[in-house]
Design a protein around this ligand. Structure first.
Ligand code: OXD
Ligand code: MN
Length: 599
């Protein structure tokens, strides 16, 4: 056995992988600046990266993926457990031994002609009791530099593993061996065969065939949500698809909220919100934009940590008015994937400015025809930027203890029926609302767009075990003597009869956050309706906005028939879980139907 690292288990793992994938060489990464620089230079030389204009975009690069490799591949994502029932009806299942056998055949010699990188990384601040370690093995230098940004890559991780800390084995292969004299592609991947496989019982991930985002940066969705949600279930904590934000009132009182929205519903924008001028004195700070690991403190309060070190944000739609903090964040040390690039080293995406540059190459690397309506950036084009560069980053974002959570907010994307803001009657009702939330599909994953799909807790693609047990896990916290946060549902996406969004969103969302903050302090009123507590028009601070009472009534209206239909659809949904969902859900549905009918 060759000696790569001091730890026996890890050394064995690396040797086993080398034996199968047969790389040209093995490199142990240290997360240093020079490593980052050298790899970026290598990527520029191989044609994968374009170095952007140094003055306008210091230390920034752009690249285009293969057109077959532009998003997460949910239909190729598997959770492999001994018992099929452990993954539930919402995940693709396969037997672990069978899947490993299948993958071994694919992985055989898959790194021929390539360098195999070993990335020791940490999810969460290194040394915090929240944090977890991982070893990603990859043949993609693009993945290494992105992991530098989005996770904490550091030699200390190897030390921790030596001290006996467990680690998640994250194996990633592009599935594109480089055979003799073959010229490498700019974006090597396997255009036809992709597998994103999780083995929660043995803390392993194997990803094959894709070099893009959540398929390949294994710290994020694979470890940070799927594997960790299983750990959380077993160990009594929560791993959630949630942003974490701080909110401070003009008196300097501060709270933290965690909020779940389905992919590409503006989580990054919301987490970096700048309040409207007239709400000056109110301040939002950013702890994280995508993932929250949440544990109960000894004081009975939930504390949350952002396990990531950077943002992998959706670029299209991001601009100086929708998210000035993101624009500042991505202004340096950023990797852009699938945006448009100009010959003089500038980038562009839909929504960045009103007009595209006169000469620009689209995300496929073709010169954009100004007369065509083809997209310049792919709708799922991304920026990878260090979180520390965000002007609104919270001073406690790397706190070892996490930040105390006062409210959970759940937001679907629904063009009808669901009101702008709703406070649940109690914990169980909030869990019910989160479990039944739905969203119209977007570009973050492959598939038909605009179709309503149930996305419980925004975790549908990310829950690494049976979702019915996940619901029970959440309900279980309500039975304990702890300080339960209030639970809210929001819907920024309701449309009027002409199909136009009613709510302006973005910084205006602050008005809703202010109401929530004051509700928690017992200082804001709400109407007790048949579906929960809702503000009346007068309960929200509208300042000088022209959002009037009619607009408010149309976005808050509850249509009895629509809701009775919705509640029946919930019952249909429960059937899909083979009626394994918590009994409490049936009682809540029954009571909601009853009060709805009585109204
Ligand atoms: C993401 C996603 O990339 O949810 O954050 O797809
Ligand atoms: Mn996400």
């Amino acid at each position: 056995m060759k000696h790569f690292v001091d730890n026996h288990n890890l050394n064995e793992y690396i040797n086993d992988v080398v034996e199968i994938v047969n790389p040209d060489q093995v490199v142990i990464c240290d997360g240093s600046e020079s490593e980052y620089k050298n790899l970026c230079t290598k990527l520029v030389n191989s044609g994968t990266f374009i170095a952007l204009d140094k003055d306008k975009w210091p230390n920034c690069y752009a690249c285009n993926s293969d057109p077959s490799d532009v998003a997460r591949v949910e239909d190729r994502t598997f959770i492999c457990t001994t018992n099929k029932d452990d993954v539930g009806p919402t995940n693709n299942w396969e037997d672990p031994a069978k899947m490993k056998h299948q993958l071994s055949a694919l992985l055989k010699d898959s790194m021929t002609g390539r360098t195999m990188y070993i990335i020791p990384f940490c999810m969460g601040p290194i040394g915090s009791s929240f944090s977890k370690y991982g070893i990603q093995i990859t043949d993609s230098p693009y993945v290494v530099v992105n992991m530098h940004i989005t996770t904490r890559v550091h030699p200390t991780v190897l030390k921790k593993i030596n001290e006996g800390y467990e680690f998640v084995k994250c194996l990633h292969s592009l599935g594109a061996p480089l055979l003799d004299k073959q010229v490498d592609k700019k974006w090597p991947c396997n255009p036809t065969v992709k597998y994103i496989c999780h083995f929660p019982e043995t803390n392993e991930i194997i990803s094959y065939g894709s070099g893009y985002g959540g398929n390949a940066l294994l710290g994020k969705k694979c470890f940070g949500l799927r594997i960790s949600s299983y750990m959380a279930y077993k160990q009594g904590w929560l791993s959630e698809h949630m942003l974490i934000m701080g909110i401070e009132n003009p008196q300097g009182e501060k709270k933290y909220f965690a909020a779940a929205f389905p992919s590409a519903c503006g989580k990054t924008n919301f987490s970096m919100l700048i309040p409207p001028k007239e709400l000056d004195g109110w301040k939002i700070t950013t702890v994280g934009d995508d993932i929250a690991w949440i544990k109960l403190g000894s004081d009975g309060v939930f504390y949350a940590v952002n396990p990531e070190n950077g943002f992998f944000g959706v670029a299209p739609g991001t601009n100086e008015s929708t998210n000035p903090n993101a624009i500042a964040t991505l202004s340096a040390n950023t990797i852009f994937t699938n945006v448009g690039v100009t010959p003089d080293g500038d980038v562009w995406w839909e929504g960045l400015t009103k007009q595209p540059p006169s000469i620009v190459y689209n995300w496929k690397g073709e010169l954009h025809d100004t007369n065509s309506d083809q997209k310049i950036a792919h709708p799922n084009a991304r920026f990878s930027s260090p979180a520390i560069q965000c002007p609104s980053i919270d001073p406690n974002w790397e706190s070892f203890e996490g930040v105390p959570i006062s409210a959970f907010i759940f937001g679907g994307r629904r063009s009808a029926s669901i009101p702008l803001i709703l406070e649940s009657f109690n914990w169980n009702h909030g869990v019910y609302n989160a479990a039944t939330m739905a969203s119209e599909t977007t570009a973050a994953a492959f598939g038909e767009q605009g179709v309503v799909r149930r996305d419980p807790f925004a975790m549908l693609p990310f829950c690494g075990y049976n979702m019915a047990n996940y619901f029970k896990h959440w309900i279980g916290f309500g039975e304990r003597k702890i300080k339960l946060p209030k639970i809210y549902n929001v819907n920024w996406f309701r449309k009027d009869s002409a199909g136009k969004f009613i709510w302006p969103g973005f910084s205006e969302n602050m008005r809703i956050l202010k109401w929530i903050f004051q509700r928690i302090n017992g200082k804001a009123n709400a109407l007790n309706t048949s579906i929960g507590y809702m503000p009346s028009y007068e309960d929200i601070d509208w300042g000088t906005t022209n959002f009037n009472k009619d607009d408010f009534n149309s976005i808050m209206s509850i249509n009895k028939d629509e809701w009775l239909n919705e509640l029946n659809l919930h019952l249909e949904l429960f059937k899909k879980y083979n009626n394994q969902i918590p009994d409490e859900f049936y009682d809540i549905n029954f009571n909601l139907q009853k009060s709805m009918k009585a109204d």
